[in-house]
Design a protein around this ligand. Sequence first.
Ligand code: NAD
Length: 264
Amino acid sequence: MNEGWLSGKVVLITGGGTGIGRAVVERFVEEGAQVGVLDRSEEAIAELRALPGANVSATQGDVRSLDDHKRAVADTVERFGRLDVLVTVAGIFDYFVSLESLEDDRIDAAFAEMFDINVKGSLLAVKAALPELSKTHGNVVLTISNAGFLPGGGGPLYTGSKFAVRGLLSQLSFELAPHIRVNAVAPGGTVTQLRGMEAMGSGDQRLVDMPDLAGLIRQTNPLQVASEPADHAWAYVYLASKERTQSVTGCVIHSDGGLQSRGL
Ligand code: NAD
């Protein structure tokens, strides 16, 4: 039996297919958790299902759907018997599209896609997990971004969506107390495959394909780090660990090389 920080805990992670979510899956398993994943990527789901060991269950679905979340919760509970922690990581980016350059005929679809995935996705995940988290007095860890605190980390769609996730953090940590804690991690620039918006034709664009992405990220933060997904994973572990953070709710860990603290 692994006596890690999450030993015996059962966790559901949305967007656990690649990038930061995948690193959280791997770290959580290392720490003794059994993990369910909801992700839309067929390829990532197949990869997760092929992992050795029996600690990961993967459900393919879209975070815009409450039914898909309910299916992922049911799959996780059926496989592992309970749910202690929900981590929401699924998200998309706007590749800095400014309001001026957003064409009139795309604005409705672009707004809907960004807010449905980044904001409604987190709301629906909590809604679907609530009955199980109530039984275990569990907790939730949301994913924000430096863009949820400062301008310039995206265009108005992405920045607006991440400020809205901060709103969910504030309201849900208040509303779900005293039995369920709700916290968040706000990563800064990270080398991942973060995708754009179908509505803007950037659905297949990946952050990692930007020329000298790591160099660009380093220039933006005081620590001059270009984070890899695994650099954020311990922040999620810490907030998820009831034994270590049982008095902590409504809190954000800024894993961003000092961007937020300097107000850059
Ligand atoms: P990523 O693309 O590697 O991971 C996102 C995951 O979410 C993928 O597995 C993807 O398939 C899944 N996903 C996307 N839309 C979905 C949907 N509709 N339904 C189900 N699954 C869906 O990118 P990442 O950089 O690891 O992003 C993870 C989170 O971190 C996002 O919320 C992002 O906003 C946030 N973030 C990323 C950075 C960065 O620089 N990469 C910085 C700050 C915050």
